[in-house]
Design a protein around this ligand. Sequence first.
Ligand SMILES: Cc1cc2nc3c(=O)[nH]c(=O)nc-3n(C[C@H](O)[C@H](O)[C@H](O)COP(=O)(O)OP(=O)(O)OC[C@H]3O[C@@H](n4cnc5c(N)ncnc54)[C@H](O)[C@@H]3O)c2cc1C
Length: 160
Amino acid sequence: GDTACEEATYLAGLAGKVYLIVRKPYLRASQIMQERVMNNPKIEVLFEHNAVGLFGENGVEGVHLVKRMGEPDEEKIDLAIDGFFLAIGHTPNTDIFKDFLELDEVGYIKIDNPTSKTNIEGVFAAGDVADPHYRQAITAAGMGCRAAIDAERYLSEKGL
Ligand SMILES: Cc1cc2nc3c(=O)[nH]c(=O)nc-3n(C[C@H](O)[C@H](O)[C@H](O)COP(=O)(O)OP(=O)(O)OC[C@H]3O[C@@H](n4cnc5c(N)ncnc54)[C@H](O)[C@@H]3O)c2cc1C
């Protein structure tokens, strides 16, 4: 999907060679992201490949791949690599809240921007569970600060 194409394009700016391992025979990413990947000479897309394990003595030295897994012409391939990055999309870990808090269609907790208020008074949300856009350590920390201030104000208003 878009996540993998974005990460591969980013990594191609840092690495000499990037393999994009795709289980299906096609990419699900948007057209523009696919074009960026396909037009990048440093990126090689391995369609119909499954990564089934990593190997190496002092770190990652390679990946075990299976091409056309489960098909009659299935093929096992070992590929030398220095790093392995997963980019398989995001599902917020909010299942336990779904009966109580309002979530969006993907599962992110809805907050009353720019505050951290949720649909339940006195419950505040911060970080990746409530952020479909940035999902970074620094933005999560900033949201945590906002939630702490909101909680403190809420308690003060209640005289608690
Ligand atoms: C591979 C990878 C690379 C990344 N690289 C960067 C980077 O370079 N720079 C950057 O800024 N950000 C990066 N991020 C994003 C960054 O890690 C997150 O944005 C940040 O950790 C979000 O913080 P958070 O506190 O919202 O969630 P998390 O850090 O995910 O913390 C959630 C915590 O809740 C706990 N938890 C879950 N369920 C329960 C439960 N039921 N009860 C109690 N506790 C529970 C979890 O164990 C976890 O400790 C990266 C993320 C990944 C996955």
